[in-house]
Write a protein that binds this ligand. Structure first.
Ligand code: ATP
Length: 300
C-alpha cells in the first residue's frame, strides 16, 4: 500500500482491484474484479452484497492481510503519518485463555498508538468483566472485546466484517450508536460489511454494493435516496417517468416500479392515478440484489 497520495477527501482509495483465488483442486476463481472506489473520510460506509459477493475478500485486502492479484490500494493521510487501519474480522479472534484485561495489554503492545481509556470505556459501556477469560465470554461479549481493542488502537480507518452478527437487537443498536459517537469524536472512517440492511438507515453515509466481485453501487446514501422513487399505479408495462427501472412488480390491477431517476429527471408531480413514495436504504439494497440475481439467472 502507498500512503499520502490520495485525494484528501478519501481516507483510502482503490484502483482496479482484483483477487483471483487459485487452487489446483477446485480451479481458479475471481472473487473480486476491477473495483475502483474511494472511502470518503470521516464517514460510515456500508459494504453490502449477497453471500459470496466478495466482501470479506475486499476487507482482507484493505486490511493488508491478503495480497490482491491486480490493482492498488492507496492510503490517505500524510507521508509521515499515513492513515492507520484497524480490522475486526468476522470470527473476532481472541486468545481464549487471556482475560479481557490481558487482551487490552496485547492491544497496547501491538499498537504504536493506544488509548487505554477509550478501550475500557467501550467495555464499561457494555458491562464486560475485565477479569474474565475471553473463552468464557458469550459470542456477543467477545465481539465487544474485539471492538474495544479496535477503538483503543485509535485507527483512522476502521474495517468491520459483519460486526453486528452476534449481537442481540438492542446491542446492535447500542454498538451502532457507539460507533457513530466514535466517528463524531475522532473523525475516523468506518467501512462495515453487513447483511442487516434494515438497520442501515440513519447509520450509513455511503453505500458500496458488491455483486459477484464487482461494484454495482458506489454512492452517497442521501443521493441514492433522492435519486430513487417508487411509482405505484394501474397495471402498466412502463412507469410514467424516465429513468432506469430497478424493480417492477405487478398484481392484477396494480403496477409498482422502483426507478432510478437522475436529479434532473425528477418530476415535480405525477399525474393521477399514479402516486410516488420515497424508498428506504433497505428497499434499495434489496431491489438491487434482486435485480442482480435475476440478471445472473438470465445470463446463466
Ligand atoms: P459472505 O457474505 O457469505 O461472508 P463474502 O461476500 O464475504 O460472503 P467472500 O468470503 O469474500 O464473500 O468470498 C468471495 C468468493 O471467493 C466466494 O465465491 C468464495 O467461495 C471465494 N473464496 C473466499 N475465500 C476463498 C479461498 N480462501 N479460496 C478460494 N476461494 C475463496
Amino acid at each position: 500500500m502507498t500512503a499520502g497520495t490520495t485525494d484528501e477527501q478519501f481516507a483510502l482509495q482503490v484502483n482496479g482491484l482484483g483477487k483471483e483465488y487459485r487452487s489446483r483442486l477446485r480451479g481458479n476463481n475471481w472473487a473480486l474484479r476491477d473495483c475502483t472506489f474511494g472511502l470518503p473520510s470521516g464517514k460510515v460506509i456500508a459494504l453490502v452484497g449477497a453471500n459470496g459477493a466478495g466482501k470479506t475478500t475486499l476487507l482482507s485486502i484493505l486490511a493488508g492481510l491478503l495480497a490482491p492479484t491486480e490493482g492498488i490500494v492507496r492510503l490517505g493521510g500524510s507521508p509521515g503519518e499515513p492513515n492507520r487501519i484497524s480490522f475486526v474480522a468476522q470470527d473476532k479472534p481472541l486468545y481464549r485463555h487471556f482475560s479481557v484485561r490481558d487482551m487490552l495489554k496485547v492491544g497496547q503492545r501491538l499498537n504504536r498508538v493506544w488509548d487505554d481509556e477509550r478501550a475500557k470505556r467501550w467495555l464499561r459501556r457494555f458491562d464486560i468483566p475485565l477479569d474474565r477469560p475471553c473463552g468464557r465470554l458469550s459470542g456477543g461479549q467477545q465481539a465487544h472485546v474485539a471492538f474495544a481493542v479496535a477503538v483503543g488502537s485509535r485507527p483512522s480507518v476502521l474495517l468491520l466484517d459483519e460486526p453486528l452478527s452476534n449481537l442481540d437487537p438492542l446491542a446492535r443498536r447500542d454498538v451502532t450508536q457507539e460507533l457513530l459517537g466514535e466517528v463524531a469524536d475522532t473523525g475516523m472512517t468506518v467501512l462495515l460489511s453487513t447483511h442487516v440492511v434494515a438497520e442501515l438507515g440513519g447509520v450509513a453515509d455511503h453505500l458500496l454494493l458488491l455483486s459477484r466481485g464487482t461494484l454495482l453501487v458506489d454512492n452517497d446514501a442521501d443521493d441514492l435516496l433522492t435519486e430513487h422513487l417508487y411509482y405505484v399505479g394501474p397495471s402498466a408495462t412502463e412507469p410514467p417517468c424516465d429513468g432506469e427501472i430497478i424493480k417492477a412488480s405487478h398484481s392484477k390491477n396494480q403496477s409498482s416500479f422502483l426507478v432510478r431517476v437522475g436529479p434532473a429527471d425528477q418530476p415535480a408531480s405525477v399525474a393521477a392515478p399514479w402516486t410516488t413514495r420515497p424508498v428506504s436504504l433497505e428497499d434499495l439494497v434489496i431491489a438491487y440484489l434482486e435485480s442482480d440475481r435475476a440478471n445472473a439467472a438470465v445470463a446463466a
